[in-house]
Design a binder for this molecule. Sequence first.
Ligand SMILES: *Cc1c(COP(=O)(O)O)cnc(C)c1O
Length: 399
Amino acid sequence: MTIEHHFHSPIQPPRRTLMGPGPSDIAASVLTAMAAPTVGHLDPYFLKVMDELQEMLRTLFHTTNELTLAVSGTGSAGMEACVVNLIEPGDKMVVCTNGVFGGRMADVASRVGAEVVEITREFGEVFSVEEIAEVVKKEKPKVLGIVHAETSTGAAQSLKELADVVHDAGALLLVDCVTSLGGMPVKIDEWNIDAAYSGTQKCLSCPPGLAPVTFSSRAVAAMDARKTKVSSWYLDMSMVRSYWGGSRAYHHTAPINMNYGLHQALRLVLEEGMENRYSRHYANHCALKAGLQAMGIQFAVAEDHQLPMLNAVKIPEGIDDAAIRSQLLNWFGIEIGGGLGSMKGKTWRIGLMGETSRGSNVLMFLAALDQCLLHAGYQLSPGAGVAAANDFYRTTITD
Ligand SMILES: *Cc1c(COP(=O)(O)O)cnc(C)c1O
């Protein structure tokens, strides 16, 4: 008697250059760290890894917040962890929605039983401190949620001065930093942010799977004053935090090897230096922009609030969105993102996040896009994009 086995082929993914809205390219040393031997979740070695992760995350968030850790799950789990711990059924939450991720935060809040007040802006626009001040004064919410870097639209929301008006109205400020962390300054303490969540797969260049979060003492006090249990058992910070910081009581088994990966990814961030990393993201964004503009391609977001790590651009008239994206993928191994929501079919989202943010990728992408557009019959002067980007690098980058 024979037992038939069906053997699938081993995992052998194609080589890609990940220039979409995430995940971004991963450094080899991060992948290697993830392949290290798994230890127990209470092993003294792993507890040390956790302590170091917390310390590095505090540096990255520019905070001294004690309650800073990596939630098990992707960025969305970080979003859910913040909302579910800060909100009790019937609490009011104002959510600022100018893209897909603001909308998702409102959805999460309503599922937790919040009375959600959504203020909206067109995709690509940002909110002013004045309009937020007006809303929180009128609504008196417990929490105001806002997205720092709206990956769906490419818009950067300024957070300076926001905390004052939110706190004056007696509310907590919750910020989505999934795409901003590691690519532009996220100054939790200086900007007085009460709770923030991020993800590993954007500018931290670690595979998706963990969500860094941080809570101010004001946020911790609000959680400690809850009358009801947190509705999510898995994400209940009162238990998760004692595993990370206190009694080390078993809650759930930490994804050990994911945490190894994040540890190495954060080491790389700190080794580069955060200011250097922010300038690198900004410089490559400027080079890409110079190149695209020379090819007649315009940004979808106004100049003064463009994200450095996510470039949303208008697809030229008559050009087939899906055809160009599949040529980029099939001919060059380059992944970029299409538009979401009202921007679907109208924009491309070109990510320059973390490891992906390199001059070589900018130049390769511009050359590849040049070929795809010429193939589609688009009128452009061949090589103009690459030349303009090179011009930027030559005249701006001195070392
Ligand atoms: C990617 C992203 C998320 C969700 O993160 P996942 O890792 O996909 O769960 C949330 N907010 C923003 C701004 C994002 O860019």
